[in-house]
Design a protein around this ligand. Structure first.
Ligand code: IPD
Ligand code: CA
Ligand code: CA
Length: 258
């Protein structure tokens, strides 16, 4: 099976996960548990969607490794071979409290290079996906490459933790941009940059599953996606990220280099 055929197959799984998640919004007795603190939640749907992806991957690609947020870890000591990265619900707090502003994400890497990526914006029924070298699609529509522009011509997205714990840096960047937007789902925030609705997204350290598909898709659209210090992303650890068009990226990175 080539990558395009794989993408068609996996898009079906991601769409099915979206259907299950939309149906689950009617469930009035959803099981919700705390993980590390009261705002770090996991629901029965986080677990069952991850299990759903894992079952499909194991059945079709038994030799591939899996790295999933909700506990499915094969032993991964390096990036050799095929590795699937799963974030079954990104923005679980939004899923529980807002019943919107969450997504489901999957990415496939081969020897550390992103080859397939999927982000399902469940409420809007928009599936973003990419195949290496073939661009990024939203459902049937191919996304336009993004033209370079300075931060002062666009909006800035940051994650909540950055807004709260790094106020000086956040303020400096917000002053530069036309305005700031916070959603609470790294996946949907990265989509905003892919769609050129915001010009940059900057964060405190995030897990690999939070960033994997956005990282893969950014490369297809001519966006620069690095650690916010400008260093390359290291998929084996957490990364504080900066995704932007190359010009805005060059401007923003200065804030984080000392
Ligand atoms: C969270 C969201 C959020 C980000 C957090 C992530 P989760 O993912 O992406 O925007 O700021 O750091 O943990 O836990 O809902 O999958
Ligand atoms: Ca996440
Ligand atoms: Ca999650």
């Amino acid at each position: 099976m080539n990558y395009k055929e794989m993408a068609e197959l996996v898009k079906g799984w991601v769409e099915e996960a979206g259907d299950l998640l939309r149906e689950s919004l009617q469930n009035t007795s959803l099981k919700v548990e705390e993980k590390t603190n009261p705002s770090d939640l996991v629901t029965e749907m986080d677990k069952s969607i991850e299990a759903f992806y894992v079952e499909k991957i194991r059945a079709h690609f038994p030799d591939h490794k899996i790295y999933g947020e909700e506990g499915t870890y094969d032993e991964i000591n390096d990036l050799d071979g095929f590795i699937w990265v799963i974030d079954p619900i990104d923005g679980t707090l939004n899923y529980v409290k807002q019943k919107s502003n969450f997504c489901s994400m999957l990415a496939l890497f081969k020897d550390g290079e992103g080859v397939l990526a999927f982000i399902n914006d469940v409420i809007h029924e928009d599936v973003y996906y990419s195949v290496q070298g073939e661009g990024v699609y939203c459902n049937e529509r191919r996304l336009e490459p993004i033209e370079e522009h300075p931060l002062k011509e666009g909006l800035l997205a940051i994650n909540t933790k950055m807004a709260l714990s790094e106020m000086e840096e956040a303020q400096q960047l917000i002053d530069e941009a036309l305005g700031v937007r916070l959603i609470g789902s790294a996946g949907l925030e990265m989509v905003q940059v892919l769609m050129n609705r915001v010009s940059a997204y900057v964060t405190t350290p995030l897990q690999t599953w939070d960033i994997a598909p956005g990282y893969v898709m950014a490369q297809e659209l001519g966006l620069t996606f690095t650690q916010r210090t400008g260093e390359p992303i290291d998929l084996m650890k957490k990364n504080a990220i900066l995704i932007a068009n190359p010009l805005a990226h060059k401007e923003i990175v200065k804030t984080f280099i000392n």
